[in-house]
Design a protein around this ligand. Structure first.
Ligand code: SF4
Ligand code: SF4
Length: 148
């Protein structure tokens, strides 16, 4: 598509160039809005859905999160607890490689045992490392802080 014709006035006085320079000048003295990731990390919103965590002290192994998950990324096994009628999660795995961070598991949990952290730096070199067991889900996975 051909560029629209500019009037003679615009062409003679380089008006487009001056408009561009004026825009650059306006932003030159404003504070930066970008951060130099990974050296700096911007604060995320408290409602951000990051890497999942599980508080196994709270979990009652009701399987609601597993049933609610549309991607089948939660696997758990429940055992009977010491007190009558109580249960706890003996095994709990979440495959973050499949997870789409929809938040449904967090929403259905009756005791707030599963929740999204605000951590987002979960990249690994292996898909297997994205399957987190109960220990990792409880403590939070090790964050690699890149220096370059
Ligand atoms: S956030 Fe969604 S996809 Fe991820 S584990 Fe929970 S329910 Fe499944
Ligand atoms: S919904 Fe909550 S209490 Fe039930 S199994 Fe999942 S994490 Fe545990």
């Amino acid at each position: 598509m051909p560029a629209p014709e500019r009037s003679l006035l615009f062409r003679v006085f380089l008006i487009d160039l001056l408009i561009g320079l004026w825009t650059t000048l306006k932003y030159t003295f404003k504070p930066n809005v970008t951060v130099q990731y990974p050296k700096e990390r911007a604060a995320v919103h408290p409602n951000f859905r990051g890497i999942l965590r599980v508080d196994d002290d709270k979990c009652i192994a009701c399987f609601l999160c597993q049933k609610a998950c549309p991607d089948n990324c939660i696997y758990l096994e429940g055992e009977k607890g010491l007190s009558k009628g109580s249960k706890y999660a003996a095994f709990f795995y979440i495959d973050h490689a499949r997870c789409m961070f929809c938040g449904l598991c967090e929403e259905v949990c009756p005791v707030d045992a599963i929740y999204h952290s605000i951590e987002f730096a979960g990249a690994t070199y292996s898909r297997a490392d994205l399957v987190h067991d109960l220990e990792v889900l409880h403590k939070g996975h090790a964050i690699v802080h890149y220096e370059r």
